[in-house]
Design a protein around this ligand. Structure first.
Ligand SMILES: O=C(O)CCC(=O)C(=O)O
Ligand SMILES: [Fe+2]
Length: 450
């Protein structure tokens, strides 16, 4: 009998029994450690020791019986943690390699947050398809991170990243400096732009990320900071050159904060690239040569307080997938980001101290679609609407890198789905399709530069 196909009705009795064995208690404790919230490392009182496995992984048929869960847990190592995407749904969870991605929930918390009375042990299917996994860099080895990534990035390609060691003060400074920049008078911001190199200010509505479904440009303004390249390395046709910086008299700390942050973000992304390499090959250096040098853009974003109107085609940021390898996203505590999971748009709520990481198109192509470049958008909610600030960091291969499906990701049954492309050309084509002011300037400079 396929044990993952047990019907809920037949398993009800067994699931209702609380888990009180030492194994489960230890894992409950470990779970609390993983998210380090509440620092509750001792077993909770008896009535809170009930645990339940919830459905989260598309390839598994849930729920399992108590015995099956216990067997699986006994066989697997805890390698990471999962947390639900919604604030109300938030709960502690864990992953084990044999289970795929699963969620181990303390009975009382799980039932309460799902709106059921404590003591109910019915499977909480509400959490299905609502999980954005968490990867903790500080607690896991590269191989362990790779194991989690290969389980969770095949679905929506989004995760929370903790344990990244970027000081909270630096993250706060980035958002504070960004606010000060966007607070400058419009004519001063407009002057801070180099549309040829795709640097500096982009006006409200300039970008339309989903032209097919938007009636207006995105309700956001932005500011691009690229890799500072001068001298021989500069090449306008390849978007390589100096950045545009605000006058230090206006914003004396802006440049140093952004440069420090960009350095940190690059460090994290390099680490993730190695983990991703291990997720799809035996060699952690598989991608290294394509990122020597990498091409990266830090983009500051400021969403206006105008609520989005999905029916009228008005979005903070239209639906799109990111173009490059990895995006590391820092946001303030305002909601708005959503990711498409199947047919459903799922909220990716801001989480204190955690980055949101998502996979871009290049990586999807390299892995022949195994890892998903998730479609996402920003919908500014009507209730309690405030201006929102975010800062995506796009980490991409070198402009000249050729992105070609990895051999390890195809075979006779899965032939290569994507032809090789030049990373830089792909980016330019995307920018041209989505930025109103991009085309003419870039083309002009190309002619001059030959
Ligand atoms: O602001 C956000 O939360 C997301 C922005 C985004 O997806 C992008 O700029 O590509
Ligand atoms: Fe994006």
């Amino acid at each position: 009998m396929d044990r993952h196909r047990s019907e809920p009705s037949s398993a009800e009795g067994e699931r209702a029994a609380p888990f009180t064995g030492p194994l489960v208690l230890r894992r409950v404790a470990a779970t609390f450690e993983i998210v380090s919230r509440g620092a509750r490392v001792t077993p909770a009182p008896a009535q809170k020791q009930k645990t339940e496995y919830l459905e989260t992984h598309q390839s598994r048929k849930w729920p399992l019986t108590r015995k099956e869960v216990k067997e699986e847990l006994a066989a697997g190592e805890t390698v990471g943690s999962f947390e639900s995407a919604t604030e109300a749904d938030r709960r502690v969870s864990q992953t084990s390699p044999r289970l795929g991605t699963g969620v181990l929930v303390k009975g009382e918390e799980a039932t309460t947050t799902a709106g059921r009375g404590a003591g109910s042990h019915r499977p909480l299917m509400l959490t299905k398809f609502r999980m954005i996994p968490t990867v903790d860099l500080a607690r896991s080895s590269r191989r362990e991170v790779a194991a989690i990534l290969s389980q969770c990035c095949t679905d929506v390609g989004f995760l929370y990243l903790t344990g990244h060691s970027v000081p909270r003060s630096l993250l706060d400074d980035v958002l504070a400096q960004s606010k000060r920049l966007f607070d400058l008078p419009p004519h001063r911001k407009a002057a801070l732009s180099d549309p040829v190199l795709n640097r500096g200010f982009t006006r409200l509505g300039e970008e339309t990320l989903d032209p097919a479904n938007q009636t207006r440009g995105d309700t956001k303004e932005g500011y691009y900071i690229g890799d500072e390249v001068s001298g021989e390395g500069a090449d306008a046709a390849k978007l390589r050159g100096p950045n545009v910086w605000p006058d230090p008299a206006d914003l004396p700390e802006f440049r140093s904060v952004m440069e420090r942050y960009k350095e940190e973000a690059g460090r994290i992304c390099r680490e993730l690239v190695r983990c991703f390499a291990l997720a799809v090959s035996d060699d952690e250096f598989t991608f290294d040569r394509h990122f020597d040098p990498a091409s990266s853009f830090l983009r500051l974003l400021h969403y206006s307080a105008e609520p989005s109107d999905v029916d009228a085609g008005v979005y903070g940021c239209g639906a799109h997938s990111d173009y490059g390898m990895i995006t590391l996203l820092l946001t303030d505590d305002n909601p708005g980001l959503q990711v498409l999971k199947g047919e459903e748009w799922v909220d990716v709520h801001p989480r204190e101290g955690a980055f949101v990481v998502n996979i871009g198109d290049m990586f999807e192509r390299w892995t022949n679609g195994k890892f998903v470049s998730g479609r996402h958008r920003v919908v500014i909610p009507r209730e309690g609407t405030r201006e929102r600030y975010s800062a995506p960091f796009f980490f991409d291969p070198d402009f000249d890198a050729i992105v070609e499906v990895l051999e390890s990701c195809c075979d006779d049954e899965r032939p290569a789905r994507f032809p090789p492309i030049s990373s830089g050309q792909y980016l330019l084509d995307k920018y041209r399709a989505t930025h109103a002011d991009f085309d003419e300037h870039t083309e002009g400079r190309r002619e001059v530069g030959g």
